[in-house]
Design a protein around this ligand. Sequence first.
Ligand code: 0RQ
Length: 503
Amino acid sequence: MHDRVRSARLAERMMSADEAATLVQPGMTVAMSGFTGAGYPKAVPQSLAKLMARENDAGNTFRIKVLTGASTAPELDGVLAEAKGMELRLPFQSDPALRNQINAGELDYIDIHLGHVAQHTWFGFFGHIDLAIVEVAGILEDGRLIPSSSVGNNKTWLEQADKVILEVNNWQPDGLEGMHDVYYGTALPPNRKPIMLEQPDDRIGDLYLHVDPAKVVAVVETDAPDRNSPFSPPDETSQRIAGHILEFFEHEIKRGRMPEKLLPLQSGVGNVANAVLAGLATGGYEGLTAYTEVIQDGMLDLIKSGVLRMASATSFSLSAAGLEEFNANVDFYRERILLRPQEISNHPEVIRRLGCIAMNGMIEADIYGNVNSTHIAGTKMMNGIGGSGDFARNSYLSIFMSPSTAKGGAISGIVPMASHVDHTEHDTMVLVTEQGLADMRGLSPKQRARLVIEKCAHPDYQPLLADYFDRACRDSHGKHTPHLLGEALSWHERFVDSGSMLP
Ligand code: 0RQ
């Protein structure tokens, strides 16, 4: 008997990844596990990509629709993109090859809130799910599944798909067992009930995923690590952003608007977010909590040092060094980390009840506080909205942060009008760059604009923005949210034409 496949019935379905890949047919909708480089299937997609490349090179078409939890890794998104094997992909991605195909218009990419993916599947908005390919850490005697390093949408995939391929990854630490909380109480409207999660560490679900054994058509053993790119060490810009946020927290505590232990933290992906977490470590805090999507290196450090008492998430997003630390001390972390389905980690009801502090990166914000998290120059996809919208709309505090310029100063992070809007002015409360922090709560559009230009814009762009705003206040058709419509997007046009937003 295999150590990790303890169900005799499912052990009978064990086969190689190459054999399992032949069960995938062109045109299928295939739902896969994986969330930010953790818990994605590592063998079957690679075998499948080989089949696809062979067919596509021979002039036949072998493409499928791929649904995941969030971004995956080169062994999934990368190889399927290289094989030109995807006709549709959703939701969040961050793979360079896939991103190039999306921006070349070669496949359809649907960027939706991560908290919506499971329910939209249940509602039937994505059509029928033919097959699920899900990585697990083990199979119990009775057929229940030990979830892997991400839970993501796996509960929904296992329930909604006609057939299931399980990858049992021996590399995942045994100690993952017991770290999950899989909620089985979701229902469809109009029969929904409150989700009784009142604190970030409340357990409301099951330790294991369930699957109808009759649906499992293959079990494939693997032994391969999760993969994530390393974070750059916090640079001066990120440290200054972190500094402004920490000062703001102190101010909010003094004003009595936030408890000493803050409120449950949500932190996005990316270098800046990781730097803010590193900054929190030096803020003198203790016993904080996180209710977030991903546990990244910075969060592991905070747990280790006791700054964070516990963290609830749906996935890990660790560098190789972070993985090593986690795997070596999994028993310590299991007491302090809960992994939930992403429909719960990102659930608006829960986020609103807990009063999270949302901190997410952005591509750009406009002077009124509309935030673009996804599109360069309004047309070119970076990664996707991820869970930033789930948290921005529903948190107690919604903070967006970015360096004030990108590409060596050729791009301003603060623009007259955002070239694409993911988070409207109604959802964004605080903007932060290394230049400063604009607290836009309780301000009208014109008050916001003055503050954002003064506090957040880079000195190279500040006079240009102030000049635009003054002229807009004078000449705009309407004076509530003043704009010069012919000029509002000209900074992006200039960047596309000349490579710089500077005149
Ligand atoms: O590109 O590496 O090629 O130089 O964007 O920018 O400054 O390193 O910041 O890593 O925090 O990423 C919005 C992309 C920021 C991220 C985004 C270029 C910049 C660089 C990265 P290079 P930084 P970050 C929960 C939350 C949406 C999803 C989300 C993101 C690269 O935060 O994907 O929040 N957010 N999920 O040069 C052109 C601009 C630019 C720009 C930055 N204005 N124009 N390029 N860049 N601003 C987690 C999940 O949902 C899973």
